[in-house]
Design a binder for this molecule. Structure first.
Ligand code: ATP
Length: 413
């Protein structure tokens, strides 16, 4: 029986409280943490984990949070967390199904990895919660228990930080007020220790959301000190408060090795293979090519929203050896980044234009030069161009990056 139990360690997990119309689980978590502090708990750590980016139930970035405390009573912490969820969660939204979990020791991280890289059911989550003797409360269809248990089970062998600034309640739903220059100088002064504040090439700010949620901006970086320093350079409306979260963002924690059998819908992978034929650009701007890896051919897509990234993809030719990272959805790999390991040929021989009629020429046979398809003129010499791609990583622009994807700036080889 539990009564007035004081323990030294506790993890509180919360998920699925928001809707496209407002709220944010990190904001609600910050309010809970504040109340816990106010009532005598010691808040030791705040963690924001992103889970499988391919789940269909997510509102935005499939985030869940975990608050680590010392001192205090688990029943009291559970009551506080439930109270805030019941007051602030967007229950009207069909997709909002909150979950709250309190545990007194870290559960097996296997569940976190399953929620991060694969899929979980509500039934197996409840069975685990029963098994470990957790305090838990699921609302509506209780799906939020999955994220809440995953958050308290999480381990971060690699981690990054995000300084999230929140808006005053009365400002939510109105346009965010800020000076764009502050964000550009913030990243200039703190790169490579921070990333994804702005996109310098497209001159866009990427760390400010556009919706009605309470987030004013989020600055990501390698340490709590760096993200706080970067936040010091921005100029915005007065935030209500800001908090630094420890996160699994930017770590590639969602990526699995290629399986022996078929790729599985909704999983994300990193694997090496050979480009089978040159990329093709579809009418909508999507670029795709087949890669041969582990005995199978997989279609790889760089979709239109990945913008200038597609130019690098278009440079690939048959025979290039590359490593790809991305999610397998609807039967194709959605490319997040790729590494050129070895170019099939460092130079490309483009078929020349006919000097007589301007038509396209095709090879006239090995060592015989080129012959015009239109007027049959022949040339011996072919222009040799250096390829516009070299060994190394190529990634989507900051505005198209998924939360879990590791930016190339963080890759140490
Ligand atoms: P926000 O980022 O704004 O907080 P969100 O994108 O995190 O919103 P949620 O509202 O948390 O989205 O919805 C995601 C739902 O999917 C949650 O109920 C969560 O428990 C569940 N979920 C997360 N990962 C998995 C998984 N691997 N398998 C099944 N369900 C999952």
């Amino acid at each position: 029986m539990r009564f007035n139990k004081i323990i030294s360690f506790m993890l509180i997990g919360i998920d699925d409280t928001d809707s496209p119309d407002g709220m944010c689980t990190t904001y609600l978590g910050a309010l809970v943490a504040d109340e816990l502090k106010r009532t005598g708990f010691m808040v030791k750590n705040l963690r924001l984990v992103r889970l499988n980016p391919n789940v269909i139930w997510k509102t935005r970035g499939n985030a869940a949070i975990c608050i680590e405390t010392e001192g205090g009573n688990p029943d009291e912490a559970f009551k506080i967390a439930r109270g805030f969820v019941e007051r602030f969660a967007k229950f009207d939204c069909e997709k909002t199904n909150p979950g709250v979990v309190v545990v007194e020791s870290p559960p097996n991280p296997a569940f976190y990895y399953q929620a991060l890289q694969k899929f979980c059911t509500i039934e197996e989550t409840v069975a685990r919660l029963e098994n470990i003797g957790a305090l838990y409360q699921g609302y509506k269809n209780r799906r939020g228990l999955i994220g809440a248990l995953a958050a308290v089970s999480s381990v971060l062998p690699d981690k990054t930080y995000e300084c999230l600034a929140y808006r005053k309640p009365e400002a939510c739903g109105t346009p965010r007020i800020f000076n764009p220059e502050g964000f550009f100088s913030s990243e200039e002064k703190t790169t490579p220790h921070t990333w994804d504040t702005v996109d310098f090439i497209r001159r866009e700010i990427v760390c400010i959301p556009h919706g009605k949620d309470p987030v004013l901006y989020g600055i990501r970086g390698e340490s709590s000190e760096w993200v706080k320093k970067a936040a010091g350079y921005v100029q915005t409306e007065e935030p209500a408060f800001s908090i630094v979260w420890e996160t699994n963002q930017g770590t590639d924690a969602h990526l699995l090795p290629i399986p022996e059998g078929d790729l599985i819908e909704g999983e994300s992978y990193r694997f090496s293979g050979m480009v089978e034929s040159a990329p093709v650009t579809e009418r909508g701007g999507h670029v795709h090519f087949p890669i041969f890896a582990n005995g199978k051919t997989i279609q790889v897509f760089a979709f239109e929203p990945t913008k200038q990234f597609r130019n690098a993809v278009r440079e690939l030719v048959s025979g290039d050896e590359i490593t790809v990272c991305g999610s397998y959805m609807k039967g194709v790999l959605h490319l997040e980044k790729f590494r050129v390991n070895m170019l099939a040929e460092p130079e490309s021989r483009s078929s020349p234009q006919c000097p007589e009629c301007g038509g396209r020429m095709t090879s006239a046979g090995k060592g015989k030069g080129y012959k015009c398809r239109e007027c049959s003129a022949r040339v011996r010499e072919v222009e040799v161009c250096r390829r516009d791609i070299a060994e190394g990583w190529y990634e989507v622009p900051p505005g198209s990056r998924r939360h879990l994807a590791k930016p190339v700036i963080r890759i140490i080889e």
